[in-house]
Design a protein around this ligand. Sequence first.
Ligand code: HPA
Ligand code: ZN
Length: 362
Amino acid sequence: MISNQNVPVDTTPDTPQSTSAAARLKLKEKVDRAPKAELHIHIEGSLEPELIFSLAERNGITLPYSSVESLQAAYAFTSLQSFLDIYYAGASVLIHEEDFYDMTCAYVDQALDNGIIHSEIFFDPQTHTVRGVSMETMLAGIERGLAEGEKRGLSSRLILCFLRHLSEEDALRTFNQALPYFEQYAHRLIGIGLDSSELGHPPAKFARVFSQALGRKMRLVAHAGEEGPVSYIYEALDILRVERIDHGVRCLEDPQLVERLAQSRIALTVCPLSNLKLCVFDSLSDHNLKTLLEKGVAVTVNSDDPAYFGGHVNQNYRALIDALDLTEQQCYTLLRNSLEASFISDDKRQAMYRQLDHFWFS
Ligand code: HPA
Ligand SMILES: [Zn+2]
């Protein structure tokens, strides 16, 4: 459990505190509609229980749960691992291209509803190849859904994540298997990441595969400092050479690291409701996001696994506004950070900044 205590904090409010309920509601409604990017969303974690059950039925799969309600009842997580066990069971219903397409279309609908104009989406190929589902099948389905999303106003990119509880040899095999698809889907598939069980699987374990990806000029990210120690964040930065840290909330234990993140503008893709559900913080009012913001770290707000953690990105903003009494300026900073930290071209980024500013200030 992370403690936000004993950390010197600049407590000077930038507006008179504390916001009235009416002002807070107005701010939440404004953030709901604001153009934003999402940079930390696992597509398999967007699978709602109803869709899990309908895909299971379509594919003749018997789940270890008798109903949507009994599956939902199992969403009482005590740690990252307790979640991952259920998350991988949920993903087992994905067999055919159409299943990946349906899952992606459902996410696109939600993303557009949440004001997301650009999304960088993780997928976990090893979760599927181990069950005999080909890279071709999953990518064809996801790409078809995202191409349709693009026509509806959702720009998107894909990031292939390696499961860190598996060996580096497995990651290297998966990487080599994926190489032709990095060419075929070059407009979409832009980089690699690292997810799954963090403790005991430090980033350094994946040094070779990240070095190969760097050599091919791929974009690099990794989960670090969610449950794992500060040293994992240093390894992700210095050994894997990542450009963003997924989660990274434990950086606050190391003032030098916080300073380095703030200076370099290496962003953290923070997922508040995920942190709450996986017991990284006792309550959202203990969350360190506001402290990190005040220290100048490029923090962003994301949903992680929205079907499992209680909502999409707007639910995360709403919960933070309530729990941390975020100001209007802080909300704007978070939204702008999401565009700043994205892997889009500078032209596109400037256009998105203008879209945000036009919405926010007019
Ligand atoms: O939050 C997460 N952490 C690690 N692995 C994951 N896979 C899906 N979500 C997560
Ligand atoms: Zn994640």
